[in-house]
Design a protein around this ligand. Structure first.
Ligand code: GMT
Length: 384
């Protein structure tokens, strides 16, 4: 079935984890012979890095009108889905992040059914679509309904599955399919010249990657770095951008450590930066999986994280890094110093991080999605 299977992937095209994961999945599927159609409002970030002959991108345009205080993206998306499905004869839709993708897919399906065409859809829950936004009473009824209408539901960690079952009345099985990493692109490379530029006196390099939303607790990153820097000469690389950036830059100036921090903004070649880093900081308030931590580990970077959400499913206490309670800056600083204080120790943590990341290599995880695709498409064909 896989040769020639045509899949529509709907995601956010941004640097956020759900969009990155969806794009990586699309690229991996296309390498395996699937025809992949991305349906979203912009070309997904990682898609622009290489050319894939059997990947198509369909832009969802949302025309404005003076009456629209809020242009109706969901309506435009459902219409785009209908057109792409019909014009390209898609077999399946795979939605990443429930809001508003799952309800738009439900709507598109109803429209198609009127003309005797059916299409199954799979919803992958990524994190805040459940843990923060989805739970909000403003959205909850639609989120619950559209998740339940999905032909299959996946969650990126056991923790997210449990959280979903706790927060919503779900009537179907939730399949756990963890995030994955492409080790061919994310591995340790020799970038010593680059390291020399950023840390000329051989300082340790700490790194944080996120979209700087409140949930990432980026201020904690700065506070941990402040404590580490007092003891060990070090530099901090801040990758990404978002609503908290100004606040965080102000804090760095206040603590007089701004000159040791490089705010690099949104970066596409993250693996090169990770390759020269010694420690990844992820003090999130909630994190359903932590794809950024997995990519760091694949590049040999140990992780200091919180023990929130699905993080304990990838970060191994005392082995690949350490996990602390949310907001416990002292504990996270102590652990960071422990890892960074000794070269041999750091090497052990780096080695363990790589070994752990290999368990989440894409070739172990992609077949889980493929199996689900086949089951869902078969079931839909039988019921037609
Ligand atoms: O839930 C989100 O915040 C959205 C999403 C994103 O687009 O940033 O991130 C989530 O999905 C990733 C991919 O599955 C996970 O690795 C992240 O842990 C998760 N983020 C949160 O739960 C905060």
């Amino acid at each position: 079935m896989k040769q020639g299977m045509k899949i529509g992937i709907v995601c956010y095209p941004t640097f956020g984890g759900s969009g990155v994961l969806a794009t990586e999945l699309g690229m991996a599927l296309s390498d395996k012979g699937y025809e992949v159609h991305f349906i979203t409002y912009e070309q997904p970030v990682r898609l622009s890095q290489s050319f894939h002959p059997n990947i198509y991108f369909h832009e969802v345009k949302v025309p404005t009108y003076p009456l629209f205080a809020f242009p109706p993206y969901e309506t435009a998306l459902a219409s785009a889905m209908v057109n792409v499905i019909l014009n390209n004869n898609l077999d399946l839709l795979h939605l990443h992040y429930a809001i508003p993708h799952a309800s738009a897919a439900f709507f598109a399906r109803q429209i198609l059914k009127k003309s005797g065409r059916d299409i199954p859809f799979i919803t992958t829950l990524h994190g805040t679509d459940i843990t923060l936004v989805g739970k909000d009473p403003t959205y909850a009824p639609v989120v619950t309904f559209s998740i339940n209408e999905s032909d299959a539901i996946t969650a990126v960690s056991e923790n997210l599955k449990e959280e979903t079952l706790r927060s919503f009345k779900i009537e179907k099985e939730i399949h756990v399919i963890p995030n994955f990493v492409d080790i061919k692109r994310f591995h340790q490379t020799d970038k010593d010249h680059f390291k020399q530029m950023l840390a000329p006196a051989g300082e340790r390099i700490l790194v944080h990657v996120s979209n700087f939303r409140a949930v990432k607790r980026v201020e904690d990153v700065i506070k941990i770095f402040y404590n580490v820097k007092k003891e060990i000469p070090s530099k901090l690389l801040m990758i990404g951008d978002g609503p908290e950036r100004q606040k965080v830059e102000d804090l760095a100036r206040e603590l007089d450590i701004y000159s040791d921090i490089r705010f690099l903004g949104k970066q596409e070649q993250i693996s090169e930066i990770l390759s020269i880093s010694d420690l990844f900081l992820l003090p999130s308030a909630t994190e359903s999986f932590g794809l950024s931590a997995l990519e760091a580990m694949a590049c040999g970077v140990p992780v200091i994280s919180t023990n929130a959400g699905g993080l304990p499913e990838i970060n191994q206490q005392g082995k690949t890094g350490f996990l602390s309670n949310v907001g416990d800056i002292e504990d996270m600083s102590r652990h960071a110093l422990h890892i960074l204080s000794d070269d041999d120790q750091l090497k052990l943590f780096k080695k363990a991080a790589i070994a752990q990341a290999k368990k989440f290599e894409k070739q172990h995880i992609i077949p889980m999605y493929e199996k689900l695709y086949s089951e869902v498409v078969m079931k839909c064909k039988v019921s037609e």
